[in-house]
Design a protein around this ligand. Structure first.
Ligand code: EPU
Length: 420
């Protein structure tokens, strides 16, 4: 099994380019189910989650070719509106086929994703919304069985903002009869991007990216050609990696407009963040200042950046308080960081990080993508010894060639074979 081996202690320098956004590409790939004809997605990152989605689309009967950074999807011969457990368990975002399948084919059988490493992650809001649009839904032996004649528009108020829930209902509503209003919708840039694609397909969507979205459904939608926006979380991960190593480097193509909360906190920690043409320059003092963060739905501080920011605080000056409000189990990196010398105390959903002078390398692993990224950053920071981050398949789900990109910044990082 692969591992990432890191010899740390070197400030990152040079330039790194950001790839397309995983969490925008996944719903947009699922949106191809809403039409026949051939759709083309450009700037798609080469990731395991993209391959899993392509496999799911093929299972559903679509003709899908991945040739990163391009993916083509066309209607195949037969449709099988079913997402099996084998694929859904690999990637929870598979649930994004539920809305499109139901709206397009009048039925869907989709495995319930179940809990995952970061929390229980129910999909009740997706299901309630589809029911309000006229679907009949049953849960049977771990599967959602959904049926409808034709979905109709509805007024739906989410109990809490959910990213994939908002996306599922937007896609369903785009082919429903009449007008749907989604209240308390997720405002993430990836939701806005999906709205833009659905409009290219001929839907009438207003307000995507705000907390109230209006959708007027159409009888048919067209295929599309779309280049995926840059990945704000990948960009943020590199920004924090450069900062944590005391480096000075450019992140090319970083979507600063979607990274406001991260930029504000980096600046408060004493990091220089400035736009230089199409890149963002990150320059760091020797030690960052302790800075508190609390994760929140967009435009708050993203939960997907919490683990990485914690590493910056591990060697910062002073004590910082990190509060996770989105997922109940997103501190899995803490015991691993402690093994590398970090001083962190977890109290419920809060981690109190006391900055230490340095970290040391160790063999570590995590069972979640962003936690794994944080361990890679910790390995780059560690000035003593070698770090081996195991279970690299988590990283491969969401970071394109991370070892090559970090090596391009001067990091001593390589992919190796490890014991498990
Ligand atoms: N929730 C419910 N009921 C629902 C849906 C969600 O209670 O029906 C709860 C969740 O348990 C969680 C909160 O609502 O406590 C927010 O979850 P959300 O539904 O927004 O998360 P998601 O759509 O499953 C997406 C990203 C995640 C990211 C979260 C939060 C994709 C494919 N995934 O997940 O990305 O952490 O939003 O921003 O867009 C990652 O990329 O590493 C990742 C985990």
């Amino acid at each position: 099994m692969d591992a990432i081996r890191i010899r740390g202690g070197k400030p990152l320098r040079g330039q790194v380019r950001v790839s397309g956004a995983k969490n925008a590409a996944l719903p947009i790939l699922c949106a191809t189910l809403l039409s026949d004809g051939a759709s083309l997605l450009r700037n798609v990152p080469a990731l395991r989650d993209i391959d899993t989605t392509a496999a799911l689309l093929r299972f559903l009967g679509r003709d899908c070719t991945v040739d990163a950074p391009e993916v083509r999807v066309a209607a195949g011969s037969d449709v099988r509106p079913e997402a099996p457990y084998e694929l859904v368990k690999q990637m929870r975002a598979s649930v994004l086929v539920l809305g499109p399948l139901l709206a397009r084919f009048g039925r869907a059988r989709v495995s319930l994703p179940g809990g995952c490493a970061i929390g229980a992650r129910p999909i009740d809001q997706h299901l309630k919304g589809l029911e309000a649009m006229g679907a009949s839904i049953q849960l049977q032996r771990g599967y959602v069985l959904a049926e409808c004649a034709r979905l109709h528009g509805a007024e739906i108020c989410f109990d809490l903002p959910t990213v994939t829930g908002t996306e599922n209902l937007m896609m369903a509503a785009a082919l429903a009869k009449g007008r749907t209003t989604l209240v308390n919708a997720a405002r993430e840039p990836e939701v806005e991007e999906l709205g833009c694609v659905l409009n290219k397909m001929g839907a009438h969507i207003e307000g995507a990216g705000t907390d109230v979205i209006h959708i007027v459904g159409r009888d048919e939608l067209e295929p599309f050609d779309h280049a995926i926006l840059a990945d704000r979380i990948e960009a943020g991960t590199f920004m924090v990696a450069i900062a944590a190593t005391g480096g000075d480097a450019l992140v090319e193509g970083a979507p600063l407009e979607h990274l406001e909360p991260v930029v504000v906190k980096l600046r408060r920690a004493g990091i220089i963040v400035e736009r230089e043409g199409s890149a963002v320059r990150i320059a760091a003092p020797k030690r960052a200042r302790a800075t508190d963060i609390t994760t929140a739905p967009h435009p708050g501080f993203p939960t997907d950046m919490q683990a990485q920011f914690m590493v910056l605080m591990c060697t910062g000056e002073g004590e910082s308080v990190i509060t996770e409000t989105i997922f109940e189990n997103r501190f899995m990196h803490v015991p691993e960081l402690a093994r590398m010398g970090a001083d962190i105390e977890v109290r419920g959903n809060t981690a109190i990080v006391k900055g230490v002078r340095g970290l040391s390398g160790a063999s570590v692993m995590a069972t979640d993508l962003r936690a794994s990224a944080s361990l890679v950053i910790a390995g780059l920071v560690a000035s003593e010894g070698e770090t081996e981050v195991r279970r690299v398949y988590h990283l491969d789900r969401g970071y394109e060639h991370i070892e090559r990109k970090l090596a391009g910044l001067g990091g001593d990082v390589e992919r190796v074979q490890a014991g498990g």
